[in-house]
Every structure is written in C-alpha cells, then in structure tokens.
Design a binder for this molecule. Structure first.
Ligand code: ADP
Ligand code: ASP
Ligand code: MG
Length: 820
C-alpha cells in the first residue's frame, strides 16, 4: 500500500485536480491499492475561518463570501463530471453547504465562535474537496471509496490542534482497510473526532499529518506528499529564487526545517513515519516526473555544509531580565511551565550564559497574553526588583540554517554572522540547538528577504555571488565607458570568478529606471529611454533602500556635489558606495570623517580609488602601506594630467599659450583651462591623500603657489585669459630657460610633508623620479620608513575615461572578495 497526499495547492482548480487524478492512476498501476489524503481546495480553510469570524461579528456579508466558496465547488463539479452524472453529487455538496449555512446562522445568533465550532466549520473544507474528487476519480473508471477520517482518527479535545490517540486510531484504520476495498481510498485530511464524536482538527497544514498517520498505521511502502514545488528545497522558493531541491534529507533535518517555517511539510507529520521508518517523498503534482525529495533515516553526505534554510516571518521576542535571576534555580522552569500550561508554543529559546536574562520567541498573536501571564507569575520577583523587566519586541523574524553537516564542519556560524554583518543585518538573538542541527538568528523583519538571499547565496553558491549595481551618471564619459566594460567582462567574471554583476538601477539627469530583475546592460540606453521615469533622485535612493537587496552597490559616476547627501542614507541602509566623484572627500573634514565612520559602523565599503590618479593604484597602495605598519614621511606627486601634459611639452620654440591651447585641443583640459591651471583639482587630490594618512586638514590648509598671475585669474572670458597669458609668456620662458640651463625640468608638484600640503611649480633634476615623464602621465612617490632611500613610485596615465572607468570597475569587483 502506498499513501499519497495532495495539498490545497494541488487541488485548487479543475485542471490541477485532473493532474492529481493522472498521478493517482499512475500509482494504481504500480501498486493496485492506494490511500489518498486530500486537503481542502486551496485557500478554502482560510476563507471558512474568515467567514466564521464575520458571522460571529454579525457581519452578514459573510453570506456573499460563502456563496463564492460554494460557487467554486460547483464550478469544480461542472468541470470534472459530465452533466448527466452531476445531479447526485450536486445534491450531496448542496447538503454540505446547507449544513454550513445552519452552522453560520448559529454563530451569527450567539455572536461567538469557539475553537470547537471553528473546527466543525473548517472540517467542511476537506469533506467537500474529498467528496468531489472521489466522484471525479470514479468518473475516470477507477474504483474509489471515500473515508471521512472522523470515522477512524480519534483525538483529544484540544480543538484546533488535537493530539491523536494512536492505539485506537491505528486499530480503526487497519480494520477499515480490512473491511473496505477499492483501488483508491479517498481520505479527508486534517480532521478527526474526539472520544465523544465531536469534530476536531490536527493543526494548520495537518493533512500531511493525516497522511503520515495512515502511512504508519498501514505500514505503507512510501508516503508521498504532493505539492506545488519540486520537493523540499534549500529555502522557500517564493523567497529565494535560487533555491533548489534537496534530493535526500533525514527526518531530523526535515523536521527542523519545517519547525522553522518550511511550510512544505507540517512539522509533526514526520513523527509517525519516522517511528516506523517509512520513507516520505515530497513531489510536485505539476512536474510529476521530477524526483523531488526523499526523507528517510539516512542523511547522505552533502556537497554543502548546511542542508537548508528556513524562516518564520513574524515572531515576537520576549526578554525577561533581572539580577535576581542569577543562580536562582527554577525561574526558567517556572516560566516555561506557565507557557506550557497555557498552550503557548515557544519557537526558540536563547539564554545568556550570565543567566541575567532569558529570551524566547513566540508568535506575535500570543504576545499580550504572555506578558500578562508572566507578570502574574513573577509578581513577587518584580516587586522586589529581582526581575526588572519583561519586554516584548515585535516585527521580528527568525532564520534557521539546518543540517547534520554542521556537526562535522567548523566555521558555519562564523560564515552566517559574516554574511549578516556584511549586509548590515543586525542579529538580535541567537540560538543553537544542542544537537548542532540548527543555528537560528532573530533579525528585524524588514531584512528578511535580503538576509535569506544573502545566506543562501553564501552557503549554496551555485549560481555564484551577485553584486547588485545602482548607477547614477551613466550618460557621462566615465559612466558610459564603465557600462561598456562591465558588459564586455561579464561573461569572463561569471566563468572565472562565479561572479554576477546585475545592473538593477540607472539614473541620469532626465530619466531613471529600477528593475529588480535586472536591466540588460547591452541595451541600457534603450531600456532607460523606453522604461525610464522622470528622474527623482530621492525616490531612486528610496527605492534602493526599499528593495534592500544583498550586496547592493551605488556607483556615482557624476561630479555632482548634490549627490553626496544621498551617500549617508544609502550607507545607513548597508549599501556600499563606489565613486570617482571627489566632492565627498574633499569638502569639510567633518563630512569626510562622517562617511568613514558610517562605513565602519555599518560594515559597508566606501571606495574611491579613482579620486586620485584615475585607475592608478594610489589610494589602495597608501592604505596598504599604512595597514602594514609603514610610516609615511613624504608624498610627492604630479597629479594633474593637464598640468603634466603642459609641462612635459613646454619647450623653447613654442609659447606657453600655444601649449595650453594644444592641451585643450587634445581634450586634456576643462573648457576653461584655468580650472586646471589654478591647481584646485590637484589641491583636492593631495587633500584626500593627506586625510588618508590621518591628517585632519581642511581645503584651505592646502597651500597653492599660483601658476597664473592675477590678470590671468581675473580675466572675464577664456579669450581674455589667453591674451593675458600671452602677455605673461616671458615669465614662463624664463623659468624654462633657467631650468634648461641646469639640465632640470619644470613640474607642477604636490607635496605632503610634516603635516603640510603644498603645491606649486618646481624643478627636478635628472636623478629625480619625476624627471622622465611623458604625455599626461601622473606620478606619485611615497617616501616611508620602509621606502626611505628609494621611494615607492606609482606612475602611469592619470586621466581619461578608459582608465578611470576601469578603476571604478576594479573597486566594484574588489567588493566581491569580501564574499568568499
Ligand atoms: P500544500 O497545499 O501542498 O500543503 P503548502 O502551501 O502547505 O502546500 O506548502 C508548499 C509551499 O511551501 C511551497 O509552495 C513553498 O512556497 C513553501 N515552502 C516553504 N519552505 C519551503 C522549502 N524549504 N521547500 C519547499 N517549499 C517550501
Ligand atoms: N486545509 C488545512 C489547512 O489549510 C490542512 C492542510 O491543508 O494541510 O490548514
Ligand atoms: Mg501544507
């Protein structure tokens, strides 16, 4: 004998019931005799509860709602049974609905619905579904009989969650099957009766339990739980897209996963099967060929350190705290007895080793009751301040990672906390079962989806790690180039580093687009144009926060000073920032400090390698030296591509003005070249470096020895400036001649030494590392304790879209190294 169970998700519609019958037929072929347990049609139990509550509140609209439930059942009959054969079934079903109406009228009259009445009301769900499906099966040519489980399953009177009397029940079941034979026995899930014949139910989701009870009583070869997913999965597939089927799992693991919210199987339902060692399979009605999951005693070696992750979205955490609890035996015993006596179920317990507090999780619906029960129980202790407080915190969730493999491998909890930390998810309480089968953490409900996905990605790294990118400024030169580079490199990163770069958000000054499924990078322009909305940056940032995706990165490719205000809330929401935009780091020191502090506090990254020297590894090198304990004595640098170009090309025979114009023509300068010649940009860069080594400098602390005279600086237009610059040509030529005479070169150099930042035009001799520079090269020399005699030099192109975008790209990729 084989026992099958079809849940509400499998018996929702005519099509799905036809699917169910196909499965049953295939099993009859193999086994000849099968027992099949059904739930109510999908959603019907919930509807009946709602209708019952409406009636008890004298809300007569319940009648309309009941009518629609009735219609649904009649539609099923019409879809499943030929017209000629419908009448007796319709009469039967109508009879059941008449009984429901009578019951509801009673509820409406007394304006009360007790657990006992509610059990009777919801029992109609399974009675209706099983009646209709039995008839449909007969219609398909199989012999079928219906068994209302109230005839055989006997329970106590704990309405809503009744406990089965197994000895009587098992006898009843075996006797029934001895006396009644059919190819298919159709059994109502979920419902039972007490010793007086009053209807009871076995707890929500209890049809699974019914199947297990029958399986054990009949010593079935297998119990098959048919549902709408491919077995038990590594996580709830509705919450974690990348969840996948666990082919084999032990009873203990399956129970643990279901206890912590894996709804696919009702937790107690495995016990009878486990005791009799009957294998349970979880299968998909809509993909019947899929192997699904086999639950048995065995826990095969798995490829991953954990077996699955589950979660309960809504819990409340109770914290009982007080010095008087230390060393006083019995406080927790009393506490949990009160809860047990009042049938409050405790989801997890976490006690600090100091015994100063006890913390446990319950369903939020019990919160009020628990508070008053405990206040009553511990009234004396509270009046003596031995117990200081009983706090209840709501809007929380529990996540449990489960697996027998945790016993053998160390570092699982470290990994779990690491992932949560990197995503700014605060852990409010922790519990580890003594069996080492699960570690559970309590977190804020708003982070549940992010946490589940990030944990899943880390432990079941099947599709690789995903970085979720949000970019502002895609239309500028750097942004455009970066998107092209990402597009070109995506496949390589996937193949070689198992890294996915997913573009979720884009915004330029006109339009913005956010798509959690990802934006096609190869067509970002069209996507933004066709699907974008009018830009509103505050909204864009708000959406990033609401989406709350793991490993979110905000890339600011603008030079916009207004962008910085958004860095703070983003980092607060644990979004990392990557940017070539210098504004945030080169304004007032306190702003710089604030960003660094938030990054530290939130455990997010704020990366800006391209602020200085574009793609050259300058900031990383500096940070590396400092972290490794080196001491920075001096930094000398040519940090402006424009000024480098100008002085690398300024020779006798050409006027200074000519060189400046040449630089402009080649695209090396800003539209007004004075912005480069003023040295302001270099000043910002040296300021950032100064701050990196711990100097609390303000922008005005950087001394700029001006290159241009006052007339040039004050000239009203670029043309006027050119005129003034030409007038000043002699001064520049003189400087050049003097340098040439000594075999020296002119360089515009920024220096940081003895806590002071300076910049100005200098001469360097042949032995100086800056002597040989070409084109628009940048160069930086670090003289440190370890590089005392021969400075550490970084040299190369320090401007241009390709290298800057590449530097930003490298920063983005560096974030993935945190994830391994
Ligand atoms: P049924 O009506 O068949 O009893 P349920 O809705 O009770 O179905 O359970 C099936 C659902 O359980 C799936 O649709 C899935 O969303 C959810 N679920 C939660 N956790 C898991 C998990 N770890 N594996 C598979 N399904 C899960
Ligand atoms: N119909 C019941 C419920 O919705 C039992 C079940 O589906 O397993 O809880
Ligand atoms: Mg279920």
């Amino acid at each position: 004998m084989r026992v099958l169970k079809f849940g509400g998700t499998s018996v929702g519609t005519v099509d799905s019931i036809n699917q169910v019958i196909e499965v049953i037929k295939s099993r009859v072929k193999e086994d000849e005799e099968v027992a099949v347990v059904y739930s109510a049609f999908g959603g019907v139990t919930n509807r009946l509860i709602e209708i019952g509550n409406m009636a008890s509140n004298a809300d007569i609209e319940y009648q309309d709602h009941l009518h629609s439930v009735e219609e649904r059942h009649f539609n099923a009959i019409r879809g499943l049974i030929p017209v000629k054969q419908q009448s007796s079934l319709i009469a039967q079903v109508k009879g059941l609905f008449n009984k429901i109406e009578d019951l509801l009228r009673g509820i409406e009259l007394i304006q009360e619905i007790s657990p006992r009445t509610l059990d009777l009301l919801v029992s109609f769900g399974e009675r209706l579904s099983t009646t209709i499906i039995t008839a449909a099966i007969k219609e398909k040519g199989l012999t079928a009989q219906m068994l209302d489980t109230r005839e055989v399953i006997v329970s106590d009177s704990n309405f809503g969650n009744a406990n089965v009397n197994f000895s009587t029940t098992n006898d009843n079941i075996t006797n029934y099957f001895k006396e009644n034979k059919a190819q298919v026995t159709c059994i109502t899930g979920f419902i039972a009766r007490n010793i007086d014949g009053v209807t009871t139910t076995l707890g929500r989701g209890g049809s699974d339990y019914t199947a297990s009870i029958f399986g054990a009583a009949l010593t079935a070869s297998t119990i098959e739980i048919w549902t709408d997913v491919n077995g038990m999965m590594t996580a709830d597939p509705r919450k974690v897209k990348n969840a996948f089927t666990i082919p084999k799992i032990s009873y203990a693991e399956a129970m643990e996963l279901s206890h912590f919210g894996a709804k696919v199987i009702y937790p107690p339902s495995l016990t009878p099967a486990f005791q009799k060692n009957i294998p349970v399979k979880v299968l998909n009605t809509f993909e019947a060929d899929h192997e699904g999951t086999l639950i048995s005693r065995e826990s095969p070696k798995k490829a991953y350190s954990i077996t699955g992750i589950s979660s309960i979205d809504d819990i409340a955490l109770v914290n009982v705290q007080g010095n008087g609890m230390i060393g006083v035996a019995g406080v927790s015993a009393r506490l949990f007895s009160v809860l047990a006596a009042n049938k409050i179920s405790v989801i997890l317990i976490s006690q600090a080793s100091s015994e100063h507090s006890i913390c446990f999780a319950i369903s939020p619906k019990d919160a009020k009751e628990v508070k008053s029960l405990l206040e009553e129980e511990f009234a004396v202790e509270m009046s003596h301040s031995d117990i200081e407080s009983i706090n209840i915190q709501e809007h929380l969730s529990v996540i449990a990672i489960v697996g027998e493999g945790m016993k053998a491998s160390s570092g699982t909890s470290g990994k779990l906390f690491g992932v949560l930390g990197q995503n700014g998810v605060n852990v409010i309480a922790v519990a580890q079962g003594s069996s080492e089968l699960n570690i559970s953490v309590v977190i804020e409900k708003k982070n549940i989806s992010k946490a589940l996905n990030a944990i899943h990605e880390r432990f079941f790294n099947v599709d690789g790690v995903t970085l979720n990118l949000f970019m502002v400024g895609p239309t500028g030169l750097i942004g455009k180039t970066l998107l092209r580079q990402i597009h070109q490199q995506k496949a390589y990163l996937k193949k070689n580093k198992n890294l996915n770069l997913k573009l979720i958000g884009l915004s330029n000054t006109r339009q913005m687009l956010i798509d959690a499924e990802g934006i096609d990078i190869s067509k970002w322009k069209e996507e933004l144009k066709e699907r974008g909305e009018k830009t509103n940056l505050a909204e864009f940032v708000g959406d990033i926060q609401t989406l709350n995706l793991p490993y979110s990165i905000f890339i600011d490719n603008t030079a916009d000073k207004n962008m910085v205000q958004f860095y703070y809330p983003l980092m607060d929401a644990s979004v990392s920032i990557v940017t070539p935009n210098k504004v945030a780091n080169s304004g007032p020191y306190k702003d710089y400090k604030k960003l660094q502090d938030i990054a530290k506090a939130r455990n997010v990254k704020f990366l800006y390698e391209t602020n200085v020297g574009a793609g050259l590894p300058i900031i990383n090198t500096l940070q590396g030296l400092i972290e490794a304990g080196d001491e920075i004595h001096k930094i000398e640098a040519v940090l402006s591509g424009t000024l480098a170009y100008i002085f690398n090309n300024f020779q006798m025979g050409k006027s200074f003005l000519q060189i400046v114009k040449e630089a402009k023509e080649q695209g090396f300068t800003e539209p007004d070249p004075r912005e480069d010649l003023s040295g302001m940009d270099v000043a910002r860069k040296i300021l950032i470096l100064a701050r990196e080594i711990g100097l609390e400098l303000e922008p005005e602390d950087v001394t700029i020895e001006p290159l241009l005279n006052e007339a040039c600086t004050k000239a009203a237009s670029v043309e006027d400036f050119y005129t003034e610059l030409d007038k000043d040509n002699d001064r520049f030529e003189k400087l050049l001649l003097e340098a040439d005479a000594l075999d020296k070169k002119l360089r515009f150099i920024a220096t940081l030494e003895n806590g002071e930042a300076k910049l100005g035009l200098r001469t360097v001799d042949k032995n100086h590392p800056f002597y040989n520079l070409a084109g628009s090269e940048n160069i930086i020399a670090f003289t440190t304790e370890r590089y005392k005699h021969n400075p550490l030099v970084v040299k190369g192109p320090g401007a241009g879209a390709e290298v800057t975008a590449m530097g930003v790209f490298a920063d983005i990729i560096s974030l993935s190294s945190l994830l391994n």
